[in-house]
Write a protein that binds this ligand. Sequence first.
Ligand code: DGL
Length: 259
Amino acid sequence: MSKQPIGIFDSGVGGTSIWKEIHTLLPNEHTIYLADSNNAPYGPKGKQTITNLCVKNTELLIHKDCKLIVVACNTATTNSIDYLRKTYNIPFIGIEPAIKPAALQTKTNAIGILATKGTLSSALFSKTTDLFASNIKVIEQVGDGIVSLIENGNLYSEDMKLLLKNYMQPMIDVNIDCLVLGCTHYPYLIPLLKEMLPKHITIIDSGEAVARQTKAILKQNNLLNTETSTINSQFYTNGDVSVLKPLIGNNYTIDYLDF
Ligand code: DGL
């Protein structure tokens, strides 16, 4: 079973930021990535719709013989991972906004969270915020429009810069010193954010932590791949292959799949 791939899915291309962390930490693991770009963005959708999409993605990855599934989407994790864990007999790793590290690190007692509506309105997000950030100022900002611009191939565009400036200004005004990126599409915005944010603001995302947790759970279940054959990283999208390609480079196969 340890030779089987790790399955990774996201509402679209953003979860490749997590795939990169996993591939770097676990270069000996086969991976299958699903970009559900045809259904992006998940953020404005209701909990039941998000769960139905997660079920569809999970069943495809199980059908492709995955040994563990990484839900590389904050919106999907915060709304649906409990249901997935209850329903399927396979380990799931999720991703949530890194509120705890930001709350521990802040000196100005003010942190910003940029995430989707689905993540910010979830019960899991409220629970984590109450637990770790009840005595600091938390500026929540819904990143409306960001995922769609990325999914349409307009990552480094003027429209994106304008959107981000509007979202960042209220956070800068209250002197945040940590910005939590609560969506796996957002690490791709880091070059733009660094240009517009004051230098003392630290940008925090959960990608590395997810890779470490993936390794720990594989180890705990005796599922780490011990074979040193050629490693296969397979990508499937039900959207536009040309949007996914620049994010992962030319060394990997991307196939269009209707799922
Ligand atoms: N990458 C997804 C996340 O982490 C984007 C959500 C969306 O599709 O709106 O939340």
